[in-house]
Design a protein around this ligand. Structure first.
Ligand code: UTP
Length: 414
């Protein structure tokens, strides 16, 4: 261990007011200290300071620049239009030009399941089904219908990669073609507590967490997954979450709509249940498509209704998105802004004692997938139906919980 390196680390920690880590270092042996020092030197403290400062700023939206967005309602398309769109979509899927990405790098902190969220077993039909299994069922159904094997890319985090891989291997990929499942890892950022202090994890290193589902694009490129897609001749990429048990990953109507509208991005929405529902909604901001998070949507706008009585900003984003491969590449080279999420995270205190908080205690910085939408002039939005398209497993209990997802899933598949 070099004295200069230790000195450099101490200076950094002092400069950025992380003295608690200096104290913690006194509890470590030489080997542990060296690992921690190396990690500290890899942290971008300037970025971290900027991120912490951003938690103090109030997010303001200038209403005058915002308009409602146009969408197509799947229920109102009519049979012949729907068939025409399906045909356009089918031509892509059945010729092997369609890939699916599942974002499974989240912490799933609200669900409190000890493991990657995809390994959560939803109690359906008595015997239960894992969330990954439910997604695979959906893909297998599409493969059968279109006579292909859709390549499935799963984004994991450093935290859950091994466990995800072992789980899928243990279950023999639930019968999916092993060569068509590609796991890739997303990037990470340090967590900081409400006073801007870094947290120390059980492994005696600074606690890091995945950098949000917006990290998908860059990770696809930097891990080589995007190059793999190109080699396979992929033209359209579906990107969705791991935790919506009614997610339709291969919707040819949505794909057909995107092709017909000559756009590079498309998204399935559902009508917002009520002005207070905790979902992001679509709008046009300065002429570009955008999703405003529920935390950032002013109450007045959330309640605004159109002349036909519908919420003006009522198209909810449900993590059901389509991109051309060129769009994925373009976004992967653009920096996305970070949002802060308050999360419950255990940590070691200065003496090395583990503290398990009862409430959220730290900021996790996350890029959001939908912040990529404003890079485009247009998006095709297809309004689906809540009972057909949206049954998320987010919370341990109450709304969007295993209980509500089970009910919706069983009702849909009865
Ligand atoms: P959420 O934002 O709901 O987060 O993720 P979460 O991790 O599942 O749950 P909480 O908030 O900690 O309780 C929406 C989707 O984005 C993925 C999740 O795995 C989920 O499919 N995601 C989220 C990532 O892949 N990486 C991230 O860094 C964050």
């Amino acid at each position: 261990m070099s004295v200069e390196k230790t000195q450099q680390v101490l200076e950094l920690l002092k400069q950025y007011k992380q003295d608690h880590i200096i104290n913690f270092m006194n509890t470590l042996n030489d080997e542990e200290k060296e690992l921690l020092e190396n990690q500290i030197l890899s942290i971008d403290f300037n970025q971290l300071t900027e991120l912490y400062d951003s938690t103090k700023r109030k997010c303001e939206i200038k209403e005058s620049k915002i308009e409602a967005i146009q969408y197509f309602d799947k229920q109102k398309l009519g049979n012949s239009k729907k068939m025409q769109l399906d045909d356009l979509g089918e031509r892509i899927v059945s010729t092997g030009k369609y890939a699916v990405v599942t974002m499974a790098g989240g912490q799933g902190s609200r669900l409190e399941h000890p493991g990657p969220k995809g390994t959560f077993r939803l109690d359906v039909y008595g015997k239960g089904k894992y969330l990954f299994e439910i997604l695979i069922d959906n893909l297998k159904e599409a493969n059968k219908k279109y006579g292909v094997v859709i390549p499935w890319y799963i984004m994991t985090s450093k935290e859950n990669h091994e466990e995800t891989k072992n789980f899928l291997e243990k279950h023999a990929y639930f019968g999916y073609d092993r060569n068509s499942v590609i796991l890739f890892q997303q990037g990470e950022l340090p967590l900081i507590d409400y006073n801007g202090k870094l947290l120390i994890g059980k492994n005696k290193l600074i606690k890091l967490a995945s950098d949000g589902n917006g990290g998908t694009f860059t990770s696809l490129r930097t891990t080589g997954a995007l190059a793999d897609m190109k080699e396979r001749g992929i033209e359209w990429v579906f990107i969705g979450g791991v935790d919506n048990v009614l997610l339709k990953m291969v919707d040819t109507t949505l794909l057909g709509l995107a092709i017909e509208q000559k756009v590079e991005i498309a998204s399935k929405s559902i009508p917002k249940a009520n002005p207070q529902e905790k979902v992001g909604v679509f709008c046009k901001m300065n002429g570009h498509p955008k999703v405003i998070e529920y935390t950032e949507l002013p109450e007045k706008m959330a309640e605004e209704v159109t002349s036909d009585g519908e919420l003006k900003y009522g198209e909810s984003h449900i993590m059901c998105n389509l991109f051309t491969i060129d769009a994925v590449e373009k976004i992967s080279k653009e920096p996305l802004m970070y949002h802060q999420a308050k999360k419950k995270n255990s940590y070691l205190d200065e003496t090395g004692r583990e503290i398990i908080p009862q409430e959220a205690n730290a900021y996790k910085f996350e890029a959001f997938i939908f912040d990529a939408f404003p890079f485009f002039d247009n998006i095709a939005i297809l309004r689906g139906k809540r009972e057909e398209d949206f049954a998320p497993v987010k919370n341990k209990e109450g709304v969007d919980s295993p209980k509500t997802a089970k009910e919706l899933y069983e009702k849909y598949w009865n």
